[in-house]
Design a protein around this ligand. Structure first.
Ligand code: ZN
Length: 227
């Protein structure tokens, strides 16, 4: 990563590694100052990924201190098979699962770890860099990040809403959809946001935001197209 990876945020030609065992991140970009953590493994990443301490993770999310995350899958002979990026702002409490405390017999008894639920991160937040051994164009990687970066400025609760609505749209598994299609998820969304009593209003507001940011197109009469 240090010798070959570029910065996917500003396209600076390389990333600078931090000293070993830095608890915050593994790399930073000297140009735009974005920080990155790297998780690499042989198996497929699947639906969830085991990560560090639950409390530390949740605290860093609330403090906006998460680094961006690279997920790298390598082959048995150490070639990169897949590499994708999850920008820091896709880490919300909804994508973090609390694990069971370690058993009394364990060295760190009572310690609580967490899982990152990759399945709860919409495709906009899983930006491919290498797919099945094929390297994607740097410019495309950068564009994907910048297209969704607007949510970084939103307060955490708003960001969760945008991510939830994106997830609902992708669950529909169709490019063309209607407002009614999204309203079908009203109850599920209300459960995720128990303090919001105007879920339908919120759905319309979020769809408007996604349209303004060029992720959706309005066709009129409650019809939308995912771009
Ligand atoms: Zn950069």
């Amino acid at each position: 990563m240090a010798s070959q990876m570029f910065c996917p945020h500003c396209l600076h030609s390389q990333l600078t590694p931090f000293a070993n065992n830095n608890p915050v991140a593994d790399f930073s970009c000297s140009q735009c100052k974005e920080q990155f953590q790297l998780k690499s493994q042989l198996p497929n990443f699947g639906r969830k990924i085991n990560d560090g301490a639950y409390g530390v993770m949740i605290k860093s999310i609330h403090q906006n201190m998460r680094p961006n995350f690279f997920f790298l899958q390598y082959t048995v002979d150490y070639y990169v098979k897949n590499l994708f990026l999850v920008p820091s702002f896709f880490f919300t409490p909804e994508v973090i699962e609390k694990r069971k405390p370690l058993a009394e017999s364990a060295k760190r008894a009572g310690w609580i770890g967490c899982n990152v639920l990759l399945e709860k991160i919409p495709p906009e937040g899983r930006i491919p860099i290498i797919q099945d051994g094929n390297i994607l164009q740097r410019k495309i990687v950068e564009e994907k990040w910048h297209k969704i970066e607007f949510i970084k400025k939103s307060p955490l609760i708003e960001r969760s809403w945008t991510i939830d609505i994106l997830n609902v749209i992708h669950q529909l598994k169709k490019k063309d959809f209607t407002l009614q299609d999204i309203y079908q998820y009203e109850k599920a969304l209300a459960m995720l946001h128990p303090n919001n009593f105007h879920v339908k209003d919120k759905i319309r507001q979020q769809l408007q935001i996604l349209r303004d940011k060029n992720l959706l197109q309005f066709k009129g009469k409650g019809k939308y197209v995912l771009k």
